[in-house]
Design a protein around this ligand. Sequence first.
Ligand SMILES: Cc1cc2nc3c(=O)[nH]c(=O)nc-3n(C[C@H](O)[C@H](O)[C@H](O)COP(=O)(O)O)c2cc1C
Length: 314
Amino acid sequence: MPTLTTKFHSHTFENPFMNASGVHCMSIQDIDGLAHSAAGSFVTKSATKAARAGNPEPRYLNLDFGSINSMGLPNNGLDYYLDDAIRRQQAAPDKAFVLSVASYEGFHEYVENMRTIQNSDYNGLVELNLSCPNVPGKPQMAYDFEDTHRLLSEITAFYTKPFGVKLPPYFDLLHFDQMAKILNQFPIKFINSINSIGNGLYIDAKTDTVVIKPKAGFGGIGGEYVKPTALANVRAFYTRLRDDIQIIGTGGILNGQDAYEHLLCGATMLQIGTQLEKEGLAVFDRIQKELLEIMTEKGYQSIDEFRGKLKAID
Ligand SMILES: Cc1cc2nc3c(=O)[nH]c(=O)nc-3n(C[C@H](O)[C@H](O)[C@H](O)COP(=O)(O)O)c2cc1C
């Protein structure tokens, strides 16, 4: 029987699967559910300094081939997730997970939130979300290359704990080159690609209306629609980043084959958003079985035997 055991940073997980931030991780009860599920690890809801109610509803809809959302970063505030993370870390030091941190106010809030974590007892992994596409009037930090460089310079001047960045999708080879060049200059441990494809529009065919209320119906797209873009981003960064920067592959993972493809492109951990929202925690058990079946069929005993080994046409 092959194994799904995965080494990520200094931790070993039973399998590479996690939720994607924003799905099933808003409350301590949600997080407990993940901690007791078949997922190898989990990530918390992206936290802003202050708690936020988010955008008016309806703000999320499941679609046949994915999802659209404009949540507006609803969350319980950084202290809520950080206190819970410290408690979990003290109770079970060997059960690693990821704390997601965002900003609603922009540059300075990012810095302040990272300073709060630096000064806390939490020593685990942090995912800095540079890619929330749903806050009206705020650009995504990681689409501003200069600001991203400035932000990472400022944070790494004082931050000494392990962290990575959650990136939006890029669509241009030059942008992959430019962002990879920036990231390679900093002591980040991982990247997570991709966040939702920003500002899509879905129309209800019967009523000729948009399907979510905020931003005149524009919202982040996830699920089946985004897999080719997600795979391209994982692959592009895998071939451009320093070897010690690991990749969390996120986007369009619905089944074992999707997971296999993300790993083939170079991902180490795998996050599931839309499909977890649609299917619930049972997705983790199903998808592991499907991935193991594919590995058995292809004669692989471990993920390391095929990670990153996507073939090109000569
Ligand atoms: C309802 C919802 C809320 C989300 N909230 C966050 C968030 O707080 N932080 C974040 O980094 N990504 C957030 N995302 C993006 C997901 O983590 C993920 O990157 C994206 O949905 C692509 O994965 P998928 O195709 O599996 O859905 C959210 C996605 C959805 C559907």
